[in-house]
Design a protein around this ligand. Structure first.
Ligand code: NAD
Ligand code: TYD
Length: 337
């Protein structure tokens, strides 16, 4: 039987992945997470009594702590989600992005190699490819041209994983996914932020002209793809994962307003994000042709279900929107009025 060490398992995608892995597979799962502002044990609530699940609090930048968890738990596989993940925060201060995303990834690779893990799956993003014009889609061969400190740090980590394969023969794989949405997403990212603001009758801050395009994928589809890659992906390979659901930001915002029964007067056009990538779109034909995976959730259905989740779990997002979140919101959006 396999034992997965899931870094960042208390975050948005990681916690959805842990639930799916425990339901769909017989793997044991050990979550290793520093519980930063984005990590939340509530995201894993209900799993505490599952004998196949364990949680260890720790920081991937801390080589001794990482070594200790590998020695104590002896995982066979690593699924590496832990990262600083929000572009806007990387614009304000890139330090933690370099430390966690770049240095932390190398710490994990070293420990995984020393302990002889069978496979290291590095969860990355389409943002490493930079920005597209009106046509075309990113393939695995598209040049790496990151534009934000976040995407630059993720590119650095992707290249360290590549080097671990080529130099040390490590069984390592990189996945690059487009924008996720779904339950447990921290309400600083577009979709949960707009849902929470609409429900609270607060302004919806749209950057620039609102015509930037993202290729949305429901987190469930992403997590299913990761299980497929973990089981059948080729070592040293990159796999693009996309939702085949390109939408302009304004389309997404308008649909959320309709779901919330609110008028467009809540939309506020605010100063654009510096270096804002115009368009992302993913070609996932390698996932389809080689591994038989394709996304299954239609964006409009997934968005409606996600909206319902935020309505039904108001306590969750009201709690995470208190405290330090308010300082962040004021600092970032206060400067863009
Ligand atoms: P998130 O911000 O919701 O969660 C990140 C998790 O990592 C949190 O639980 C946090 O506590 C933990 N973490 C942060 N720094 C850590 C450290 N130093 N040591 C240990 N744990 C630490 O992020 P997410 O949206 O779930 O993204 C997860 C991964 O998927 C990231 O690597 C991200 O780059 C990638 N990704 C995200 C998206 C997306 O749309 N959200 C798309 C493609 C790829
Ligand atoms: P985001 O969810 O931050 O993801 P990413 O920048 O990693 O793609 O943003 C998605 C899109 O929404 C992006 O084009 C920026 C835009 N956006 C806004 O217009 N307003 C906001 O308040 C936020 C957070 C994002």
């Amino acid at each position: 039987m396999s034992k997965l060490l899931v870094t960042g398992g208390a975050g948005f995608i990681g916690s959805n992945f842990v639930r799916l892995a425990l339901t769909r597979t017989r793997h044991e799962v050990v979550v290793f997470d520093a519980l930063t502002y984005a990590g939340n044990l509530e995201n894993l609530a209900g799993l505490e009594n599952d004998p196949r699940y364990a949680f260890v609090k720790g920081d991937i930048r801390d080589a001794a702590a990482v070594r200790a968890v590998f020695e104590a738990q002896r995982p066979t596989h690593v699924v590496h989600f832990a990262a600083e993940s929000h572009v806007d925060r990387s614009v304000m201060d890139a330090t933690a992005f370099v430390q966690t995303n770049v240095v932390g990834t190398q710490v994990l690779l070293d420990a995984g190699r020393a302990c002889g893990v069978e496979r290291f799956l590095h969860v990355s993003t389409d943002e490493v490819y930079g920005s597209l014009g009106p046509t075309g889609r990113f393939t695995e061969d598209s040049p790496l041209m990151p534009n934000s400190p976040y995407s630059a740090s993720k590119t650095g980590s992707d290249l360290l994983v590549r080097a671990a394969f080529h130099t040390h023969g490590m069984n390592a794989i990189v996945t690059r996914c487009s924008n996720n949405y779904g339950p447990y997403q921290f309400p600083e990212k577009l979709i949960p932020l707009m849902i929470a603001n609409a429900l609270e009758n607060k302004p919806l801050p749209v950057y620039g002209d609102g015509k930037n395009v993202r290729d949305w994928i429901h987190v469930q589809d992403h997590c299913e793809a990761l299980l497929v890659v973990l089981a059948g992906g080729r070592a040293g390979e990159v796999y693009n994962i996309g939702g085949d659901s390109e939408r302009e930001n304004l389309q997404v915002v308008r649909r959320i307003l309709a779901l919330a029964n609110r008028g467009e007067d809540l939309i506020r056009y605010v100063t654009d994000r510096p270096g804002h990538d115009r368009r992302y779109a993913i070609d996932s034909s390698r996932m389809r042709d080689e591994l038989g995976w394709r996304p299954s959730i239609r964006f409009e259905d997934g968005l409606a279900a996600t909206f319902r989740w935020y309505v039904e779990n108001r306590d969750w997002w009201e709690r995470v929107r208190s405290g330090a979140y308010r300082d962040y919101y004021e600092r970032w959006y206060g400067a863009r009025r």
